[in-house]
Design a protein around this ligand. Structure first.
Ligand SMILES: Cc1cc2nc3c(=O)[nH]c(=O)nc-3n(C[C@H](O)[C@H](O)[C@H](O)COP(=O)(O)O)c2cc1C
Length: 179
């Protein structure tokens, strides 16, 4: 199939759409992010790209921690809501009807409705341009039965060029090509 060469852009797709929280149980923000990825296995590290103008940003800088909350498709509406307004003007917890839950390793609230909550402590911050990259070391993982077994029964939300999608069919386990 013929290919077009286009201008440089973040063409990587799909990417996960998650809810990231920062702050404390008393004062916090919950924001939708898609520039999120696993960076290292040992120690486990996750990177998130956040624009400095996001309300979430100052909570991460001040608290030195964030939580990646992996939503499932039943909470796609809340995910979209938290990516459409700023916590600077609106209490997004109330707007989205999401529930704060106490974490175990950081002061940052978890989103109770999310099957997986990954508590991270910021180890490095890189100012890349439009976004700051916060590199967080995972210090605790909370997973309900949907989030256990590596999230295989999870119904996660993927972000594809301005749209939310669910996963399709299982192709096979890693190594299936050699059997
Ligand atoms: C699907 C989706 C993904 C987003 N991903 C990011 C992201 O990775 N980084 C970012 O800075 N903003 C991202 N945004 C924008 C913020 O979620 C949005 O500006 C939000 O209102 C910021 O809220 P805050 O000011 O309370 O932090 C995304 C929005 C949506 C809807």
């Amino acid at each position: 199939m013929a290919k077009l060469v286009t201008a440089p852009s973040t063409a990587l797709t799909p990417v996960p759409a998650v809810l990231v929280t920062a702050g404390t149980m008393e004062s916090s923000d919950v924001t939708t992010l898609a520039w999120v990825g696993t960076l290292c296995s040992e120690p486990p590290m996750i990177g998130i790209g956040v624009r400095p103008e996001r309300w979430l940003h100052h909570f991460i800088v001040e608290g030195g921690a964030f939580v990646v909350n992996v939503a499932d498709a039943t909470h796609a509406r809340a995910l979209d809501l938290c990516g459409g307004v700023s916590g600077k003007d609106t209490d997004k917890w109330e707007l989205s009807a999401l529930t704060r839950e106490v974490g175990t390793a950081t002061a940052v609230p978890l989103v109770a409705e999310c099957p997986i909550n990954i508590e991270c402590v910021v180890r490095q911050t890189l100012h890349l341009g439009s976004h700051d990259l916060f590199i967080g070391e995972v210090v605790a993982v909370h997973a309900d039965e949907r989030g256990q077994a590596g999230g295989r029964v999870l119904d996660p939300v993927c972000y594809v060029s301005g749209q939310y999608w669910k996963l399709g069919d299982l192709i096979g386990p890693t190594g299936f090509s050699r059997t």
